[in-house]
Design a protein around this ligand. Structure first.
Ligand SMILES: *[C@@H]1O[C@H](CO)[C@@H](O)[C@H](O)[C@H]1NC(C)=O
Ligand SMILES: *[C@@H]1O[C@H](CO)[C@@H](O)[C@H](O)[C@H]1NC(C)=O
Ligand SMILES: *[C@@H]1O[C@H](CO)[C@@H](O)[C@H](O)[C@H]1NC(C)=O
Ligand SMILES: *[C@@H]1O[C@H](CO)[C@@H](O)[C@H](O)[C@H]1NC(C)=O
Ligand SMILES: *[C@@H]1O[C@H](CO)[C@@H](O)[C@H](O)[C@H]1NC(C)=O
Ligand SMILES: *[C@@H]1O[C@H](CO)[C@@H](O)[C@H](O)[C@H]1NC(C)=O
Length: 254
């Protein structure tokens, strides 16, 4: 398709999605069969190019009374076919691409790689410099999809370069954003150096939290997180690729 066609398609898709999610933010309760962890989940439909995704949250028992700072996340990212399955999925925990914590995940060999990012501008997000950490509980990769269940500590509040923000769980409503690209990241073996292309699918939704998202078992579920991906600890390459991620304005309204 030509660029204007793609732009229009993305805009229409995002508009339809935001209308439907604005009307129906209720969560679907999902119990992961492998771990027994119970999530509130929200399903985002794909478009003609990118498959859909499902994001879920399990929260500490008191998260609906006092703001939680952490979550157990579930991300299931699907593709149209195996040739588009190496791309990335991202969740904007502040509802916008800018000035909020971004969770990025993509498959690499049999692993799911993750990276926390942050950006004040609509350019490729650089590595988050705050103290959030991700540790995986389970992950799965096959020819057309990947999923990961992860503990994300200090991910529901953030601070970088004097910009602070949070996802206030006690409000029972979170503004979240999603983005997805069918193109595989560059430098995939080092997630904090991975370079990403503009997303093919992106938008926001309002996620309504219900009691199913909170559970007294949260702490024991969290303690099963025992796997962190190697970041290779070399962020100096990121700036060299800063031009690669150059989204068009209409898609950036996460
Ligand atoms: C895979 O899906 C993409 C996006 O829909 C499409 O462009 C491509 O032709 C598909 N490839 C195959 C082999 O079906
Ligand atoms: C990959 O896993 C998903 C979820 O378990 C499943 O729906 C899909 O059929 C699997 N695809 C392949 C090619 O095995
Ligand atoms: C950073 O870590 C400290 C110690 O765990 C915690 O108290 C604080 O809330 C965290 N701040 C952010 C923004 O993640
Ligand atoms: C920090 O904020 C300043 C002023 O807004 C901005 O110019 C700079 O790019 C930011 N740096 C990072 C790493 O976000
Ligand atoms: C993490 O724990 C699971 C069982 O909960 C175990 O199967 C897996 O081998 C552990 N992984 C590591 C890296 O220790
Ligand atoms: C980090 O990346 C830079 C730029 O590519 C490279 O020069 C340097 O050797 C790398 N450092 C390590 C420890 O890999």
């Amino acid at each position: 398709m030509t660029r204007p066609d793609r732009l229009l398609a993305a805009f229409v898709a995002a508009t339809i999605l935001s209308i439907s999610y604005a009307q129906n933010p209720e969560a679907t309760v999902y119990t992961d069969p492998g771990t027994g962890i119970i999530f509130d989940t929200w399903n985002i439909q794909g478009n003609s190019k990118a498959g859909g995704l499902t994001f879920g949250m399990a929260l500490p028992e008191t998260a609906l009374e006092s703001d939680a700072s952490e979550l157990i996340g579930y991300l299931n990212c699907g593709s149209q076919n195996s040739s588009t399955s190496k791309g990335w999925c991202g969740i904007a925990l502040g509802g916008s691409m800018t000035n909020g914590l971004l969770f990025l995940a993509y498959p690499h060999k049999d692993k799911v790689m993750t990276s926390l990012r942050f950006t004040p501008k609509y350019t490729m997000p650089s590595v988050y410099t705050g103290n959030a950490t991700v540790s995986q509980i389970t992950s799965r990769v096959n020819a057309t999809s990947f999923s990961v269940i992860f503990h994300c500590r200090d991910c529901l509040h953030w601070s970088q370069n004097s910009t602070t923000g949070s996802a206030p769980t006690s409000s029972g409503l979170l503004d979240l954003g999603y983005a997805k690209s069918v193109d595989a990241p560059g430098n995939p073996s080092c997630p904090d150096e991975a370079t990403i292309m503009r997303h093919d699918l992106g938008g926001t939704w309002t996620a309504m939290l219900d009691e199913a998202a909170t559970d007294p078992s949260y702490n024991s579920w969290r303690s099963r997180a025992n796997s962190t991906v190697s970041t290779c600890s070399n962020t100096s390459r990121l700036s060299m690729h800063g031009e690669i991620f150059h989204p068009r304005p209409v898609r950036l309204k996460l």
